[in-house]
Design a binder for this molecule. Structure first.
Ligand code: ADP
Length: 466
């Protein structure tokens, strides 16, 4: 029997480690495939298979070749970038995964908006412009022809993630400036090096109002299973859209949560997602009485799980709970539990990574539900641009009731840049409590006790060749 799990990831960070640990607990060996720097032979010493995720056909062939010598029990892809490779490799190896066409569509905000709209689902109005468009003509197009929807607009790249390069513009002049800023970001050496074909375009969308939620779910052999709805209690109104707090279970009325579950399930059908993780974002305009959604837009559906360390805020148990904070979430069919190796012996809980490794192996996971405790994470906002020197107050912040962990991920000397150009948070705060309100309060209290030292960064002068 094959006993190796292949993890495909662009960078080998916290999430990769969490998946590797989950695989080891299940008695599996782990192999990696990555597209990070290949100039040096095996610079990280982990024998990772060197792949090029921008060429999923060729990368999938390499995976199939690799599997001849090392038979694979399953493949997991972390983040959006490796999913087209994973889908093709799994199809060739008869391993369960989303189809390649679905993985491709989910990778691209233009294609996914198009498919969802064609299926009759509600998405913000959108128009795609080539990055090469002259600014004036791009805006002329925006004003006159292809953009038929009113301001405010959201200008965004199609190839980046974590709100990078996403800018709200309330006037034409601001839209033109935002377009220029996104173009410069896409042409920066760091982004250009990714060679993503979607970087050839910039999308202009109608700005849609409302509260926002993130949905963590999975599809198991075609059956949609909702795992958690996260509220985002900080308003996301722009001009930049920095994620901060995620709290689950949602405090939205049960009827609205049901509408959310139905919309995501409809998106799964429209996108033909079949087997694997799923992360979605939705915006909801509530009726004045707030018991139902007046309008609900699907902002994004990724064939991937929640990113980075945030997955730590999720734990799953096999017993359905009742009369708890979790009980307002819409549930899907619960099958009898089957305790397996890899469960947390103290809590009987498993991590999201463990659940997704089991899914990749083809094990049945539909019996798991999120734990009864409310839980949440704060992605600590970048306080200001500069060089991170350190942070004080961590012990004080950790002592806040219900706070479980504080992870400072920034390294001294690292440059921190806020959105829209920046791409990483300085750290994360985790909390668990009986209610979502307590979780949110704990995260805010802990954050207020942290003091970041950031020194001004020296301006970078580009070297010019004559
Ligand atoms: P990313 O994939 O980089 O996270 P998204 O397209 O999901 O980019 O946008 C990031 C955030 O920006 C969304 O979560 C939302 O808060 C905001 N946003 C994006 N598009 C719109 C829009 N059309 N209307 C309102 N807000 C938007």
């Amino acid at each position: 029997m094959p006993s190796t799990l292949l993890i495909l990831a662009s960078k080998l960070g916290y999430q990769t480690r969490a998946f590797a640990e989950a695989a080891a607990e299940l008695g599996l060996n782990v192999a990696y495939g990555t597209d990070r720097c290949h100039q040096l032979a095996d610079p990280w010493g982990d024998h990772a298979l060197p792949l090029q995720f921008e060429d999923p056909e060729a990368s999938a062939r390499q995976v199939v070749e690799f599997a001849r010598a090392t038979p694979l029990a399953g493949v997991v892809a972390l983040g959006d970038r490796p999913t087209p490779t994973a889908a093709r490799a799994c199809a060739a190896l008869a391993l369960p995964f989303h189809p390649a066409s679905a993985a491709d569509v989910c990778r691209d905000k233009y294609s996914s908006r198009t498919v969802l709209r064609q299926a009759g689902l509600s998405v913000p109005d959108f128009a795609r412009l080539p990055i090469t468009a002259e600014l004036a003509s791009a805006c002329a197009t925006a004003a006159g022809q292809s953009i038929s929807f009113p301001l405010p607009w959201v200008i965004k790249p199609l190839s980046l993630s974590a709100s990078r390069g996403v800018i709200r513009a309330d006037t034409r002049a601001l839209a033109a400036a935002a377009f220029e800023r996104v173009r410069a970001l896409l042409r920066s050496p760091e982004v250009a090096a990714l060679r993503d074909p979607a970087s050839a375009f910039i999308q202009v969308e109608q700005y849609v109002p409302g509260v926002e939620v993130a949905v963590e779910a999975l599809v198991e052999r075609g059956q949609f299973k909702l795992l958690a709805i996260f509220d985002k209690p900080d308003p996301l109104t722009g001009p930049y859209f920095e994620e901060t707090i995620y709290v689950t279970p949602s405090r939205l009325p049960a009827a609205v949560q049901q509408q959310i579950a139905e919309a995501v399930s409809g998106a799964v059908r429209a996108l033909e997602l079949r087997h694997g993780p799923l992360h979605a974002e939705l915006r909801i305009e509530l009726e004045p009485a707030s018991t139902t959604a007046r309008h609900l837009w699907i902002m994004e559906v990724g064939a991937r799980c929640i990113g980075g360390l945030c997955a730590r805020s999720l734990r799953f148990v096999t017993e359905p709970q009742s009369g708890t904070a979790a009980s307002s979430a819409p549930e899907v069919k619960i099958l009898p539990p089957s305790p397996e190796k890899g469960e947390d012996s103290t809590q009987g809980a498993v991590s999201l990574e463990s659940l997704l490794v089991r899914l990749a192996l083809g094990h049945r996971v539909s019996g798991y539900v999120r734990e009864p405790q409310a839980s949440g994470v704060m992605m600590i906002p970048v306080p200001r641009e500069g060089i991170f020197e350190g942070v004080s107050g961590v012990d004080d912040a950790s002592a806040v009731e219900h706070v479980e962990a504080i992870e400072i991920t920034a390294k001294p000397g690292q440059r921190l840049a806020p959105l829209p150009e920046g791409s990483s948070y300085p750290g994360f705060i985790f909390a668990r409590a009986p209610s979502p309100a307590q979780v949110e309060a704990a995260l805010r209290a802990a954050h207020s006790r942290l003091r970041f030292s950031i020194s001004p960064s020296l301006p970078v002068f580009a070297a010019r060749s004559r």
